[in-house]
Design a binder for this molecule. Sequence first.
Ligand code: ADP
Ligand code: MG
Length: 376
Amino acid sequence: MTSVTLENVMKFYIPAVGAGDTKPVTGLENISMFIQDGETISIVGPSGCGKSTLLKAIAGLESINSGRILYNKVDVTRISPQGRGVGMVFQDYALYPSKEGEDNLSYYFEVRKKTEEEKQQRLRETADMMGIGFELLMGRQVDTLSGGEKQRVGIARCIVREPNVFLMDEPISNLDAKLRERTRTEIKKLLKKFGITTIYVTHDQQEAIFMGDRIAVMRSGRLEQFGTFDDLYYSPANLFVASLIGTPPINILPAIIQNGVVSLPDSQFNVALPPDQERSFPSGSVRLGVRPESWTVSQRSGQGIPMKVIHVERLYTERAAFVNGQLGGAVINALVGLDFPENVSQVYLLPDWSQTHVFASDSETALVSPGAPALF
Ligand code: ADP
Ligand code: MG
């Protein structure tokens, strides 16, 4: 039962002597967050943004320059990884390849000098938790296992140790797409069963959304936003978060708002805001953000901003399609029904103003966000 608190955590890397540039590299910039006991959170962001550094700092594998890390309100900043009791699963399997699955698990008991009885008991509990078929994996030599199977053994090896906190760094990014989907479902089920506080790192936004109760978005060592999917999707802190979360991504259009009229200089189109929306929109030069599902798409001229269709992508399993086209300087995606006809070369789009985001034109700041829709 462990909560994790980060208070103003800073980490710099000092380049090695003779490495040319001697300026310190920012690893983590003033990160503060609170992770509740039993919660699974995802950390997502582009390569090099500091995800692994953050995970290693939480584990104690990397020292920090300032700030504090607490487990259950107890300061562990200077405590070793062993003392913190963390379990880590990495992208590389880090198993002992020539050993059998079971030996990989029981190595810990040998180091800790546990009795044979304690060891067998805990191995049985772990195998039970890992579910059907796991006993078989334990009997096999690691270098004969598939990537997905190796990660199951890797996870079991952590669970055997009854960690306070479970840390996973891109554990399935080495697997091919199909296996990745299956494995992430399985990991999620296991995490539910374990109930251990888990921090899951990935560079894939869809995986982050799938795994995390909450999602932390990072960029250049900074925490851009930490919240639920609804927070990030409907109330993004800035343009970076808005663009990262969502497939296809949010559409961005430069616009000028004046006296309740929105002008899109790119497509020489003017449209009046409905009176009930007028007051919530700022005046001046902005960027509109419209999600693919927030357009009304018409084939009738005069029903909105004209867009030349490039192609229509049909998602048969979703019973939906995306119309992809050129609107001024931007490539736009709009959600339509699967029955959208072939050979339509021009459509007319209008944003649902109540679902439209507004960002500053000269910074990434969010000026207007729709907020999560009420479901009932
Ligand atoms: P991510 O896991 O998000 O891809 P990392 O946490 O590995 O990113 O790296 C964050 C930044 O810190 C990068 O700019 C990286 O080059 C730098 N970095 C990471 N580890 C070291 C190190 N041991 N020495 C110097 N710079 C490092
Ligand atoms: Mg990494």
